[in-house]
Every structure is written in structure tokens, then in C-alpha cells.
Design a protein. Structure first.
Length: 115
């Protein structure tokens, strides 16, 4: 089993920045990539970013240039650095660990972008 705990969410003004963290524990050697997803109010969950164990990252078109994912393998933690936040970025953000044979999910953390 893999446990994921997100932190760093909250309220930020439009144009502001926020960094989310996701700490992984448990059988982390089964993980080959980490991901960030989000679910805006009334919408389906969508991909934000993924980052492999080798550091290769991928981003949704809607966040490219504004959001960066990184990882600290020593701390078993991945980060989502968000800047230039827009009201439409408001969502519950979920951390995911893509593993063999299954994926794991955190409980999610709310990010609100509002003045």
C-alpha cells in the first residue's frame, strides 16, 4: 500500500502563487510515476501534470507555462508549483501514485483562486 498526503492548498488571489506538496509513504518502490489531477466544481477530474521516476514531466495544455511539477526523491515528495493562478484553477487537487499493479490517490486538497 502507498499512502499519499497533500498539503499546501488554500486561498490565493488571481495572479498569485501556491505550492502543493505530496508526501508518499509505504511501498513506494512500486511507483513508477506521480501525478497531479484536479476536479473543478461541477466538473470531472482532469490531469494537471505527471512526473516519472526519471524526472520526465508532462502537463495539461491549460497549465503549461504556469505550473511546474518536481520531486525530491530523498523526501519521497512531489511538488506542484503554481503561479499566475486564475479563477478557473479553483479545484480540489489530488496527488496520484501510478504503480504496479495499481494507482493510489490522496484525499485531495482545495485550492481557491479568488479576490
Amino acid at each position: 500500500q502507498v499512502q499519499l498526503v497533500e498539503s499546501g492548498g488554500g486561498l490565493v488571489q488571481p495572479g498569485g502563487s501556491l505550492r502543493l506538496s505530496c508526501a508518499a509513504s509505504g511501498t513506494i518502490w512500486l511507483i513508477y510515476a506521480m501525478g497531479w489531477y484536479r476536479q473543478p466544481p461541477g466538473k470531472k477530474r482532469e490531469l494537471v501534470a505527471t512526473i516519472t521516476n526519471g524526472g520526465r514531466d508532462n502537463y495539461a495544455d491549460s497549465v503549461k507555462g504556469r505550473i511546474t511539477s518536481s520531486r525530491d526523491n530523498a523526501r519521497n515528495t512531489v511538488y506542484l508549483q503554481m503561479s499566475g493562478l486564475k479563477p478557473e484553477d479553483k479545484a480540489v487537487y489530488y496527488c496520484s501514485a501510478h504503480g504496479n499493479p495499481r494507482d493510489y490517490w490522496g484525499k485531495g486538497i482545495l485550492v481557491t483562486v479568488s479576490s
